[in-house]
Structures are given as C-alpha cells and as structure tokens.
Ligand binder design. Structure first.
Ligand code: IRN
Ligand code: FE2
Length: 618
C-alpha cells in the first residue's frame, strides 16, 4: 500500500505530492511577493519505433496546500504558519494595533485561567483600520491601487501558462457572458474587484493566508466545511482537518464548529491556515445564549462579529435576507427551511414578530466589516432543501433582498458575494444563475452543489457534483462541497477527501468549458502520459495520485506493470491506446494515409493477435 499521503495519527500531514516540488514565482510590481505553485516533474517519452527519449516539460498546477507540502518549511502548529501578508498590510499605513481584544466575551475567556491550556502560545494583538479608514481590497481597487494581493492573484491564476513552450491544444469554450482574458493581469484583478464582480477574502488579521480570488472570470473555486470534534483532543487534530482539506484542493475553508470551545478551535485553525476561513457567526452567537434563538440580540451578535473579525475570519455568512414576511412562504414546502442559520433567524423573527435584526442592522455590520476587510457571504437561509422546493417563491424573494443588500455593502465598499442553493434539478439550474447575476449585479455566486436529485443518499457528492459543474459553467464562482455523508452524518477524513476531489473535478470541468487559459494544459499532459503508458506520470498529474496508483496496483501490483503498455481493464490484447500506437507506427512504416491506415492496420493487428494471442508485454 502506498504511504505517500496515508494519515498519521495525531500528526499534521506534510508529505509533498509524488514527483512534485513547491516553486515560488516572484512578483514584478511587488518583487517581494512569492507566489506558491506546485511543479510536477514528468518522465521522458520513448519513441515506440526508435526508442529515442524526448523529455516532457514539467507541469505547474494551482496549489492550495500552503507551506505544509514544502519540506523546507519548518512548521509548529503552536506558533502558527508564516505571516506572509503582515508587512503588506502594515506598509499601507491604514491600520493600528489594538491594545487588546474588543469583544467582551473574548476578554472574559482570556481572563479564565482554566482555559490556559487551550490558548494559543502567541496571541497577537489584533489590527484594525485607523479611524475613518476603510481597509478593504474593494476600497483600494476603487482608488486604482493594485495591492500586492492583487498581483499575487494574477500570477497564481495564470499558473505560468505564458512561460510554457509546449503548444497547448486548447478548446475555445463557451462562457455564457463571462469574459476571461487570455492572460490574467494585476490590472484585470483590480478592475474585477472594483466592479464588485470578484472578491478577495483577506482579513487584515489573517496575514497567514495566500491571496486568492472568487469571481466568474477566474478559476472556479471550492469550499470545504469542517467542524470541531465532539471532544477536542488536541490542537494538532483540529488543525489537521483544514490542512487535510487544503491538501486535496479546498480553496477556502468554513469552520462550522459549535459547542464549548469554538473560540479556541478557531484560533488554532486561522493561525495555521494558508486559505481564507469563513464562519457563520450566528452559530456562535446562539451558543452564547445557550441555544435559545429567541434570546439572541443585536448586541450579542455584534460582539461576536468583532470577536471573530479580530481573530482573522475572512468572510461571514450573514442570513440577512430571511425577512419576516418571507417565512410563511415556506409553510407548504416539502422540506421547509433547511438552512441552519435561516431557521434560527426565522424562529427569532416569528418569536418577536419583528424584522430580522441582521437586515435592520445591515449597515452597522458593514461598518464593522470594513475595518478588518471581512467579506460578506450573504446567506441563503431560504434555499430549497429538496427537488420539489427548487426555485420557489421563498427562494427567489430572498434572492431579491440579497440583491438589495449587495448594493448597500458596495455603498460601504465592503466586499460581498452571494450564497445559493441547494437542491435543484438540472433543467432549473440556469435560471438560478441568470436571476442571481441580475438581482445582485454580478456579485460572485457561491452555491451548495446544487444536488440534482434526492434519491441517492450516500452518493450526494455526485448528485451535487453534477449540479455544481453545471452552475459553475454558467458562471458560479465558488462551489461549496458536499461529501458522501451529506444528510447522513459527520464526514470523516476519507469523506472530506472524496468531497474535495469531486468538487475539484467539477470546478475544473467548468474551467475547461469556459475556456480558462490555465485549465486545459493539465488535461493534455495527462492524456499524453496515458497514451504513452507513462503510468507514474498519469497518476501524478491527477487530482488524487495516491488513489489512481492504488486502483492500478490492485490488479497489477508488479513494478514491471508500471511500464506495461496495457492495464487490467482491457488486458494486453485489447488496449485501444496500444493498438492505436501500433496503427500509427504501421502507417509510418508503410507510408499509408487516411482511412486506409486503419483498415490495413486493423487487419494486420487482427492477424497478429490470432498468432500471438498469449503474449504479455511485461
Ligand atoms: C453555501 C451556499 N449556500 C449555503 N452554503 C453553505 O452552507 C454556507 O456557506 C455554510 O458553510 C453552510 C451552512 O449554512 P446554513 O445551513 O447555516 O445556511
Ligand atoms: Fe440537503
């Protein structure tokens, strides 16, 4: 069994991917920035007739795994990872360091010595915008400023495509009105952010994060949700969950932890996360009122927002579109309100017979978020939870309100994206994308799947992966993953990996369909390796090299099989790729062209098979 990525108990997974090395590309406008990528080294192509070897260029891929896959980096989870963006933030001179934490709850916990063992070793004092300053990337973009974050993103999105000498056979793609340039420039990043069509989730208190962008003119991104264990045993164990998800390709992580030690768990995750972290603050606010939704108040919520903003959370799901008058629209639904945050707010609205305080205090929330550059992820509290409820009145009424709130967020120059469904059959998916673009003036869309059928519990990463690929093609910017355990239980390590890889392939399928310039080279390289029976290269270029190798070795474990010109699927005699190569060689030898090649070639091959039917090419 391959041990490349096998989980180690109580340890952070740090093994690099096979035949891969971490490379760092420097900025031009901001020479100090070093954009991390993964370079996969390939073996040579051997000419089937002459035996001549031709080298294959290494393939560079987008890398979300952070410093963990770079063996040269020393990491201690108790210190947190490198604070990559700290100096960039300070250099803008718009922030001040606070003397301590502003949140009442936070200070109470800090003074509780029984929690000392859970505390992070270096609790850094938080940063906040100086009075009257707005520190959002949107604000800078509107001033015409290209921040280091923006240049980092431009380099990262291109994946060195412009430096590749190999001519890439690339399909044009159909992008449904998006307009992805042939090369992503820092200025393009700035303009998309300024337009509100893209978001850079990057809290000034999360300098550990590697800049990335959400928007439909960029690579489609995926989010993985993680939660805390019922019994938190160690910092390593909690941190490993996010490290594990990023390793397989999660572009962002949402920490949906609940229970006693949310604050400390989140601290560990944020300090050790190279990707943006999102939360649903109403979950923690609810913990503070012992789970009684009616007892929630704006003051408790506000304190929670500040607590999390000072910790470094990069985006908040805020269910401000669940209006009192929309709640009755869900009464006749098959599955009612399935959003956790949505149901909490619906309950509060009904209990008090008052408008949602997230809605009435929306501009107060904007005032907080702009001081830290926390982005809004406007929650879809009324998303459909079944095929029967898809695209109904409640869902689209809420979407209109989210559009209204998008305008308010933009007025405050707070970055904003929009959450979407849920459960939607294939023929009703496009309407979701079209309506969202219209209602929310092209703010990025972030959907949960959608699941395209309800009949496959145990396989909902697939029912939703189908919907995710479709909506991403239509223009959805971020896909929230669904694991095989959806609707059934808490995902374990394997489920997280399965969910992340499934969403990564859905996102990539959409990048290809949209004609993103950085997408197809990896497919081409993998296909070439496959055709040439470079097995190791085929595994290593894949999203999950370890699984590919395991599957191959299940039937042909011998080392020699890694150079064999067949696999156990078709066996030695019926491999189409092998025959195809032989047909090419035959036509080269016999100088025949066109359809003749195939008839002649196949005839000869058929004779050859009959003669040496039992030959094995090991
Ligand atoms: C994404 C799109 N729509 C919902 N989501 C995610 O669902 C959201 O970002 C969060 O991670 C998760 C739970 O949200 P609810 O159930 O509180 O709405
Ligand atoms: Fe569901």
């Amino acid at each position: 069994k391959n041990k490349d990525t096998a989980p180690q108990q109580g340890k952070i997974t740090r093994n690099p991917f096979p035949n891969s090395k971490k490379i760092y590309v420097s900025g031009k406008m901001h020479p100090h920035i070093k954009v991390a990528m993964r370079e996969i080294t390939l073996s040579d192509t051997k000419d089937s007739m002459t035996g001549k070897l031709t080298p294959n260029e290494p393939v560079t891929v987008y890398d979300t795994s952070g410093p963990y896959t770079d063996p040269r980096k020393k990491i201690s989870v108790h210190d947190g990872i490198e604070r990559l963006r700290e100096q960039w933030i300070l250099d803008r001179s718009d922030v001040e360091q606070l003397d301590g934490f502003s949140s009442k709850y936070c200070n109470e916990r800090l003074n509780d010595s029984s929690l000392d063992h859970m505390r992070f070793s270096h609790l850094k004092k938080p940063l906040r915008a100086k009075a009257g300053k707005n520190v959002t990337q949107l604000h800078y973009a509107k001033q015409g400023i290209i921040t280091p974050e923006m240049e980092y993103i431009a380099i990262r999105e291109n994946q060195r495509i412009d430096e590749m000498t190999e001519i890439v056979k690339q399909h044009k793609g159909e992008d449904f009105g998006a307009s992805i340039p042939a090369k992503i420039t820092p200025e393009f990043v700035r303009s998309e952010v300024a337009r509100g069509r893209a978001v850079i989730p990057n809290n000034i208190n999360h300098p550990e994060s590697e800049p990335m962008i959400l928007g439909r003119n960029f690579l489609v991104k995926i989010n993985a949700n993680i939660g805390n264990s019922a019994t938190t045993s160690s910092i390593e164990e909690e941190v490993e969950k996010s490290v594990w998800a990023c390793r397989w390709g999660a572009d962002t992580i949402m920490d949906l932890s609940t229970g006693q030690n949310i604050h400390e768990t989140r601290e560990w995750i944020v300090r050790n996360s190279p990707v943006p972290i999102g939360t649903v603050p109403i979950y923690q606010a609810l913990e503070k009122v012992n789970g009684v939704a009616e007892d929630l108040t704006w003051e408790i919520f506000r304190d929670t927002l500040i607590e999390q903003a000072e910790q470094g959370v990069d985006y908040f799901t805020i269910h401000a579109g669940v209006l009192l008058r929309y709640v009755p629209m869900t009464a006749k639904r098959v599955t009612g309100i399935v959003s956790r945050g949505g149901s909490i707010m619906a309950k509060w609205c009904l209990a008090h017979h008052k408008e949602n305080f997230l809605y009435t205090h929306f501009e107060d929330i904007c005032e907080i978020l702009k001081q830290y550059d926390v982005a809004f992820s406007l929650g879809d509290g009324l998303r459909p939870g079944s095929i029967a409820d898809a695209n109904d009145e409640a869902q689209f009424a809420e979407l209109e309100t989210l559009g209204e709130l998008t305008k308010l967020a933009r007025k405050h120059e707070v970055q904003c994206f929009i959450e979407g469904p849920g459960h939607v059959p294939m023929h009703m998916i496009k309407e979701n994308m079209d309506k969202q673009l219209e209602a929310c003036d092209e703010a990025p869309f972030y959907t949960l799947g959608p699941l395209t059928t309800d009949i496959a519990p145990g396989y909902d990463h697939i029912t939703s992966g189908i919907g995710a690929a479709m909506i991403a093609w239509y223009g959805c910017a971020v896909l929230c993953y669904v694991t095989p355990k959806e609707h059934l239980g808490l995902p374990n390590r394997d489920d997280v990996r399965e969910g992340v890889v499934t969403y990564k392939l859905a996102a990539h399928a959409a990048d290809l369909a949209k004609g993103h310039p950085g997408a197809q080279h990896r497919d081409n390289a993998l296909s070439k390796a496959r055709f040439e029976f470079r097995w190791e290269d085929q595994f290593n270029l894949g999203l999950d090299p370890e699984k590919a190798r395991e599957f191959h070795d299940e039937t042909l474990p011998a080392q020699g099989a890694k150079i064999a010109h067949f696999c156990s699927m078709c066996g030695p005699k019926f491999c189409s790729m092998k025959i195809s190569q032989e047909v090419r060689d035959f036509s080269a030898e016999n100088k025949v062209e066109g359809t003749e090649v195939f008839s002649k070639g196949m005839e000869e091959k058929s004779e050859e098979f009959k003669e040496k039917g039992s030959e094995i090419y090991l």
